[in-house]
Design a protein around this ligand. Structure first.
Ligand code: HEC
Length: 477
């Protein structure tokens, strides 16, 4: 029996060349490359999760403006594992962005982009751009109110770019307004163009990793000298190199398994972002905002003065991109250790702080109350009479809605109250409304007791609906 398997393997291997294909796995790498080096593999694994879950989603998704939303509702509520798959794809995207960020920060801090690995860095920067473009195009495929409006806002902003603005806006929308053409265009870019380009560049990136080897952990006082570097690296490998597989890969295996488990747990227990209402061009008080990894840029655009926004919107990313691309050209030799390159540590810390605080800013968007908040509709309120209905009217009349969101309507100076009843008890609500708080006025003196009761009755109706998939298979239709 063993003999039979062996001869089958020998035959297959001879005809297909499997062991030759797998040879790169055995390639010799510096042994002291430890946990810091796992982020690249983790990014690759997140990408593979995206490809697998994306293909599965594409089985049920119809990229047409009349059906996309319906197919998403079907995927979320009825398709077997549909909600889980959407979750995988959503948290997989988040994981990929995080891992790309960590991978870049690490290679930057370790000076791994220096001679002879300049092009490894360059292809990596392009892959970062493609990853973000995937996030932006993927978001519209949800084809709900938020998704559609974020793209309209992006196109409006793009339209303000000097000279090429109108062309750019037209290119994004595939016409003059958002519609079926926009959706088809984003779909084609998201599932054909960008993935194909990314497969190519990931291949190139990995080929370069094999060609130049992974960088050895830097030692302070041992600068890179292009004349001698290759010889020194070869000597290092001869002395203490180990094959990547099976000797060094176990850390990558652990981290990647952990990452996949984390993505799956999030997808199962928290689930994908809830679908908003279907897109409706007549609803103007929608509250568009992109997914978290683009939110910080959205916040930045909202914060800078309108006058320069048009220039900034396109010049900002172009300049940052160019800067990232030329780092290895300008700085390809010398010290690699971060301890000898304090500015490198400063750049990474500043970037993290800047993106983080802009993200928080975008999350809360506290710049101003929304004075144009329209009264809530009956659909949002879910009642047409009684205390809940009266409370909802008061919620608008007393200007609560100017600062608080209910199902995407209203302002964002205060916290979103859509599901406030899941968080606060009756008494806590009364205390908060009567006494106010940071940036919230006290309403104790301006509300009659029955008005207060009605407001609280309304807030108590603001809780998470029971989702069909939480009720077991019998509850599904
Ligand atoms: C000027 C803006 C503003 C207005 C108007 C306003 N709020 Fe607030 N509200 C806030 C802010 C800001 C907070 C957060 C305060 C804090 O964290 O201390 C808040 C907090 C709350 C909370 C607690 C939320 C939580 O997650 O703990 C409730 C409930 C609330 N507001 C209800 C109301 C009601 C009801 C009205 C109208 C009668 C109202 N608010 C009017 C700004 C406002």
């Amino acid at each position: 029996m063993k003999q039979l398997f062996k001869s089958i393997w020998v035959w297959l291997d001879d005809r297909i060349g499997i062991s030759v294909l797998l040879k790169p796995m055995k390639h010799i790498a510096p042994q002291d490359a430890k946990w810091w080096y796992v982020f690249g593999t983790a990014t690759l694994i997140a990408f593979i999760v995206q490809v697998a879950s994306g293909v599965a989603l594409a089985f049920s998704f119809i990229p047409s403006s009349s059906q996309a939303y319906e197919t998403l509702v079907f995927i979320t509520n009825d398709a077997p594992f549909g909600s889980f798959l959407r979750g995988l794809h959503y948290y997989g995207a988040s994981a990929m962005v995080l891992m790309v960020g960590a991978h870049m920060a690490q290679t930057f801090l370790f000076g791994a982009y220096k001679f002879p690995r300049e092009m490894t860095w360059t292809t990596g920067v392009l892959l970062l751009g493609f990853t973000l473009a995937m996030g932006f195009t993927g978001q519209l495929l949800r084809w709900d109110q938020t998704a559609a409006w974020s793209v309209v806002v992006a196109a409006e902003q793009a339209g303000r770019v000097p000279l090429i603005g109108p062309w750019l806006a037209h290119f994004i929308l595939g016409g003059n307004t958002i519609g079926g053409a926009t959706l088809s265009r984003f779909f084609a870019i998201h599932v054909f163009v960008l993935p194909a380009v990314m497969f190519g560049f990931i291949g190139l990136h990995l080929w370069l990793v094999l060609r130049h080897g992974i960088s050895e952990p830097p030692t302070a006082g041992k600068p890179v000298n292009p004349e001698t570097y290759r010889r020194e690296y070869d000597e290092l490998l001869k002395k203490s190199g180990r094959p990547f597989w099976p000797d060094l890969a176990w850390r990558d295996v652990i981290v990647c398994t952990g990452l996949i488990v984390a993505i799956a747990l999030l997808a199962h227990f928290i689930g994908p972002p809830a679908l908003d209402k279907p897109p409706d061009p007549s609803v103007l008080d929608a509250d568009p905002r992109p997914d978290w990894y683009l939110l910080w840029y959205f916040a930045l655009l909202a914060l800078i003065p309108n006058r320069i926004e048009g220039y900034f919107m396109i010049l900002g990313p172009v300049l940052i991109g160019l800067l990232l691309l030329i780092i290895p050209v300008l700085n390809h030799k010398g010290e690699r250790a971060a301890s000898r390159r304090p500015w490198a540590i400063a750049v990474v810390c500043l970037s993290v702080i800047m993106i983080g605080s802009l993200w928080i800013e975008g999350q809360q968007s506290p710049w101003s109350p929304n004075f144009q908040a329209l009264p809530l509709t009956e659909k949002v309120i879910g009642a047409t009479s009684g205390p809940v209905f009266e409370g909802a009217l008061l919620f608008h009349d007393k200007a609560c809605l100017n600062c608080h969101l209910i199902q995407g309507h209203g302002g964002r100076r205060g916290p979103d109250l859509t599901y406030i009843a899941d968080k606060l008890t009756h008494d806590n609500m009364v205390i908060r409304i009567v006494n106010g708080g940071n940036n919230m006025p006290a309403f104790g003196s301006s509300l009659k007791p029955q008005e207060l009761d009605a407001l609280v009755a309304f807030l108590e109706s603001c809780k998470r609906p029971i989702r069909p998939q939480d009720q077991g298979p019998m509850a599904r239709k």
